[in-house]
Design a protein around this ligand. Structure first.
Ligand code: ASP
Ligand code: MG
Length: 376
């Protein structure tokens, strides 16, 4: 069996923790072929970012990428030392050796190809340690995959190696709700579509980019607390039956409704101001009614650009799951909660895989508290 393991910053925070990770790997490496992706120790990347900022605004993204990428090199070398010290042979591979070619913005670049040939050569013989977060551009200069990008490295490698990725992190997996706010059960499985919707909305467990890769290549991913045996598996189960497996909320949002006849003036404005709405829809009646949701801070950019727009401050509650439109009682139950709790709903949209509700300011967390009582 072959696996990709990924260890995040908290699992590699200090020498003690690195030694524990090394022992964990030692117990497994003879049974399995292991490629281990590492991200920077603790808060190293933040510190490197601050270091870059201390010189003023950085104009050269290539130079900034090479500075920020150093954290992953340190982790890889530290883990290699720890493993070699206990008799486990290792090989470190970087983005250059794996030819992780990227395009686009150098600090949050998108992977276009990678070559795992060299990695396969060492698998089995040694534990292969891969520096996460890094890519290269077509000239061979270092690029980065965006903050939190080593999860993307891990899932991308697992897709190419045709194996499962275990993402070891500081949470024990997915819960229906954020367990720090609303105690809720841990999920053994989460539907990939729920995980993706959640990642776009607010959940910070697995990044949307690594989930999109997992979905595209149907790569098995499990997220689990560092050094534990099991967490939550991302599943590709077909939509059968009805269930809710995620409830989250987001605040500081602006809901914009705009009626226009001919031009899509507003969308052009968004593009010019570099604003990416969280969702948008157009309904064509006698006029086109355009609705969108943007971060409240983006309203400021629009105002500065001279655009006066009617907006409403809102908060978003998102339920994700499966078969939601087919379960006719589901919406009724939610509507009763809204009515009895006197929530001020501005927008509600039900799809098979999610229910999105926009409520007034200060209402989202209370609504989540009521919805969780439904015990899906
Ligand atoms: N070290 C990088 C960051 O802090 C990448 C990662 O953690 O995945 O964003
Ligand atoms: Mg991370």
């Amino acid at each position: 069996m072959r696996y990709v393991y990924k260890f995040g910053g908290t699992s590699l925070e200090n020498a003690e923790k690195i030694k524990k990770v090394a022992l964990f790997i030692k117990q497994r490496w003879k049974k399995f072929e292991l490629a281990v992706v590492v991200s920077a120790m603790g808060k190293t990347t933040n510190k490197l970012e601050a270091l870059a900022s201390s010189l003023g605004e950085s104009k050269c993204e290539t130079a900034k990428a090479s500075l920020l990428s150093v954290g992953e090199n340190i982790s890889a070398a530290m883990l290699s030392l720890a493993l070699e010290n206990i008799g486990v042979p290792t090989k470190i591979l970087t983005a250059k050796e794996l030819k992780i070619i990227t395009m686009g913005n150098k600090l949050s670049a998108v992977i276009t190809s990678a070559d795992v040939g060299v990695l396969k050569k060492y698998l089995g013989e040694k534990v292969v340690i891969v520096t996460g977060f890094q890519g290269i551009d077509e000239k061979g200069d270092l690029t980065l995959l965006g903050r939190g990008g080593s999860d993307t490295t891990a899932v991308m490698l697992a897709s190419l190696l045709d194996c499962k990725a275990y993402i070891f992190t500081d949470v024990d997996g997915y819960h229906i709700c954020d367990p720090n706010r609303h105690p809720s059960r841990k999920l053994k499985h989460i539907n990939i579509y729920s995980a993706i919707e959640g990642a776009y909305a607010s959940a910070k467990i697995l990044d949307k980019r690594c989930l999109e890769i997992a979905n595209k290549y149907k790569t098995d991913v499990e997220v689990l607390k560092s050094l534990s045996k099991s967490g939550t598996e991302v599943s590709f189960a077909p939509f059968e039956g009805y269930f809710v497996d995620g409830i989250s909320f987001k605040t500081e949002l602006s809901f914009v409704c705009y009626a226009y006849k001919k031009t899509n003036y507003l969308q052009i404005k968004f593009k010019n101001c570099n604003i990416c709405p969280l969702f948008e829809e157009t309904i064509s009646l006698d006029k086109n009614i355009y609705k969108c949701l943007i971060e409240a801070k983006d309203m400021e950019k629009l105002r500065k650009s001279g655009l006066k727009l009617k907006e409403e401050r809102v908060e978003e509650v998102l339920l994700t799951g499966s078969g939601l439109t087919f379960h006719r009682d589901f919406l009724k139950k939610v509507q009763n909660i809204i009515k009895n709790g006197e929530f001020c709903v501005k927008y509600l949209s039900l799809h098979p895989t999610f229910l999105k509700i926009l409520v007034g300011q200060g209402e989202a967390e209370r609504l989540v508290g009521e919805l969780i009582k439904l015990k899906f």
